[in-house]
Design a binder for this molecule. Structure first.
Ligand SMILES: NC(=O)c1ccc[n+]([C@@H]2O[C@H](COP(=O)([O-])OP(=O)(O)OC[C@H]3O[C@@H](n4cnc5c(N)ncnc54)[C@H](O)[C@@H]3O)[C@@H](O)[C@H]2O)c1
Ligand SMILES: [Zn+2]
Length: 351
């Protein structure tokens, strides 16, 4: 897979005009969810190339990320005469870019698509890296294909309408990219005021954050090894996310990852000597912006069990990515139950 074309722009309309004019599609389609149709589409009003596009609008939320909705997209493409020279523009969060990318990659064995991510999580994570897909039988991202977008267009103006919880969720993935990359990027993330986000100042941080993901994906596009670094915080995080779902009080993915990083930083320190001052800085920031993880001791066994369901495990053991320092990645660390429980204590109490 070659390096993904990405444009970071303060003017998405103008950039999109250029990209569409270069791509010369015979027909153009714009995929939104109901929310991004209302809040984000107006920001592309100046894009003249988009004036004749056929709009496909799907319900918002991850429950829509399923095969019936893909069917709606395929139907709209057929009804409006899409060919292999047509182009689909995905305007939305990770739900829209994952589903739109999958619908495009499978329609007529693959048509081109452009991602315009409108949530922070999609800008730094979901819209880049070539993973597309949908949920199936209640399992997240169970069906999908690897396919790069023709182009990804990132403009922080879209984030002006995003709620605080979704901003924090996306920022957690940026923190992860900081921890797995280098000190300079990590320290600039620590200086950003997440309580009063300045969207202009955020654009260069997003640019570097995406660069971290791109570098890793380029070395390991199909997740055979290094790409597992992107899973830092996710082994514990996914289990916390699933537990919250089971208890009918779902939390956003990034918040769960932030808490997961607390535990995995603790394990990184205990096992691999991740430096204490950096661990303190990271945990203070996470607890300050995401709070402590609201779990109880009686839930520990269930959490360990949920961790065992992770796709990345093998041979009945739980594996995880840890760090011996910022940017020093140690893959496939096998965890035992006692140390997981210690990490859960740390996530709960943060001492
Ligand atoms: N492909 C990948 O590598 C990858 C990586 C991470 C996550 N994902 C997927 O991404 C999805 C999560 O992405 P998400 O958090 O962006 O979810 P999402 O797309 O569901 O967006 C969250 C909510 O924000 C709304 N929204 C979107 N843009 C907005 C804006 N600018 N202003 C106001 N509201 C806006 C959406 O309508 C939705 O209600 C999951 O399905 C996950 O599996 C994929
Ligand atoms: Zn994630």
């Amino acid at each position: 897979m070659s390096r993904q074309e990405i444009t970071f722009t303060p003017d998405a309309s103008a950039s999109l005009d250029t990209i569409i004019n270069q791509a010369q599609p015979d027909r153009l389609f714009l995929l939104c969810d109901k929310t991004t149709e209302r809040l984000c589409r107006p920001l592309l009003a100046q894009c003249s190339a988009l004036a004749d596009a056929n709009l496909i609008s799907i319900p918002s939320g991850d429950l829509s990320k399923e095969i019936t909705t893909v069917g709606m997209v395929w139907t709209a493409l057929v009804q409006h005469g899409a060919t292999r020279r047509s182009l689909l523009v995905n305007l939305g969060g990770g739900m829209v870019t994952d589903l739109g990318g999958f619908a495009a990659s499978t329609f007529k064995r693959g048509i081109r698509f452009i991602n315009i991510p409108t949530t922070l999580l999609a800008q730094v994570d979901a819209s880049v890296g070539g993973k597309t897909g949908i949920n199936w039988m209640g399992l997240k991202n169970e069906v999908g294909v690897f396919q790069n977008a023709l182009h990804v267009l990132i403009d922080t103006h879209f984030l002006a309408t995003l709620d605080d919880e979704n901003m924090r969720s996306g920022y957690a993935e940026m923190l992860k990219h900081g921890l797995i990359s280098n000190q300079d990027h990590w320290q600039e993330l620590m200086r950003f005021d997440l309580d009063k986000p300045d969207l202009k100042a955020l654009l260069p941080l997003i640019q570097r954050s995406v660069g971290v993901k791109q570098d890793i994906v380029l070395q390991d596009p199909t997740e055979k090894g290094l790409r597992k670094a992107l899973n830092f915080g996710h082994t514990l995080g996914h289990a916390i996310e699933s537990l919250a779902m089971e208890n009918d009080s779902p939390i956003l993915h990034g918040r769960a990852v932030a808490w997961g990083m607390l535990g995995e930083l603790y394990l990184s320190h205990r096992r691999l000597g991740f430096p204490l001052p950096l661990m303190r800085q990271a945990t203070d920031y996470i607890i300050g912006h995401y709070g402590r993880c609201p779990i109880e001791c009686r839930q520990y066994d269930r959490i360990v069990k949920l961790m065992g369901h992770d796709k990345k495990n093998h041979d009945g053991h739980i594996f995880c990515t840890l760090l011996s320092n910022i940017g020093k990645i140690e893959l496939d660390q096998r965890l035992d139950t006692d140390e997981i429980k210690e990490a859960l204590d740390f996530m709960r109490e943060g001492v």
